[in-house]
Design a protein around this ligand. Structure first.
Ligand code: UDP
Length: 324
């Protein structure tokens, strides 16, 4: 039986990956330090014979007994407000954590896939973004802790590939959404849906003309799975090229939820990228992959999930738990 280690297993993407690999017949070892992850996302897996969980911070030495075929490194805070609250942890998990896991992959002769990001392109001057664009990142801005950790992560992974001959895969993930996102993580979709459900106005930042391109989680997981099993070691964009302004996006959420509120405007955060859309030519050619779930369908499924949360879960929370 093939064995896979998934870091960030209790998070949004990690938990969906655990589900997918269980479904494919793997033995899944999940790892998370639960700073931003939530055990609720994987509690349904604990009863399974072929799922194990380690409560561990991958920035510290990682030990896993037995053989491993694959390591998927998905542990990281992933929201701009997280970067402000836990900047050092964000840097460490992308840098020290990646180094520890590459060492583990080398010791186990496992293939390593890292979750990189469209943030490596920063506020892009090339549109749509192709993998050969080097990016426009402010290293000392509020997003620098995430962007630079991910850029370091790519460089470190490539060095293990070229110097040690390790089998590695690099996926650059664009904005992704779906069930199990944290309602209070500050990202645009859970924020808007939470506001709609609580009867509050929707807060578009800036004038709302900045764009993003949103990919439904099931499509992303399929892309990750295909890339892992491919033989391509260089970065591949995975995302949905269907681009929309944030203002239009807010209006779509109001329509979907039937809420009566308005869109109001708040100051634009520092270094907020003005536009973002993946060029997915490479993923199409190499992996035969393209997104299948439309935004209308994906938003409907995601809204159903948030609607099923209890009243208590819909209240905004503070971030004191970060300091525990
Ligand atoms: N945004 C917004 N209102 C919010 C939260 C986010 O208008 O309440 C905007 C944000 O400024 C950015 C876009 O939505 O332009 C996507 O933000 P998110 O934090 O989801 O991810 P990003 O793509 O910026 O990393």
């Amino acid at each position: 039986m093939k064995r896979v280690l998934i870091t960030g297993a209790a998070g949004f993407l990690g938990s969906h990956l655990c589900d997918r690999f269980i479904k494919e017949g793997y033995h899944v070892i999940g790892m998370d330090n639960l700073i931003t992850g939530d055990l609720k996302n994987i509690e349904h897996l604990f009863k399974l014979e072929h799922f194990e969980f380690y409560h561990h911070d991958v920035s510290k030495f990682v030990h896993v007994p037995g053989h491993l075929d694959y390591i998927l490194h998905f542990a990281s805070p992933a929201s701009p407000i997280d970067y402000l609250k836990i900047p050092i942890q964000t840097l460490k998990v992308g840098s020290l954590g990646t180094h520890n896991l590459l060492g583990l992959a080398k010791a186990k002769n496992a293939r390593m896939l890292i979750a990189s990001t469209s943030e490596v392109y920063g506020d892009p001057t090339v549109h749509p973004q192709t993998e050969d664009y080097w990016g426009n990142v402010n290293p000392v801005g509020p997003r620098g802790v995430y962007d630079e950790a991910k850029r370091f992560q790519e460089a470190m992974t490539m060095a293990y590939h070229t110097f040690h001959g390790l089998e590695t895969r690099i996926i650059r993930i664009f904005n992704t959404y779906g069930p199990r996102m944290r309602l209070n993580d500050g990202r645009v979709l859970p924020t808007f849906i939470g506001q709609a459900l609580r009867g509050e106005d929707l807060t578009a930042f800036g004038d709302g003309t900045q764009t993003r391109s949103f990919c439904y989680v099931d499509d992303l997981v399929e892309g990750i799975y295909r890339l892992l099993l491919s033989d391509y070691a260089y970065p591949v964009n995975i995302g949905n090229p269907d681009e929309i302004t944030i203002r239009e996006f807010a209006e779509e959420i109001l329509k979907l939820t039937g809420a009566n509120q308005q869109v109001i405007f708040k100051p634009l955060p520092v270094d907020d990228p003005k536009q973002r859309r993946p060029d997915i030519t490479k993923a199409k050619e190499l992996l035969g992959w393209e997104p299948k779930v439309s935004r209308a369908e994906g938003l409907k499924r995601t809204y159903e999930y948030f609607r099923s949360l209890s009243e208590r879960d819909l209240r905004p929370k503070d971030f004191d738990h970060y300091n525990k």
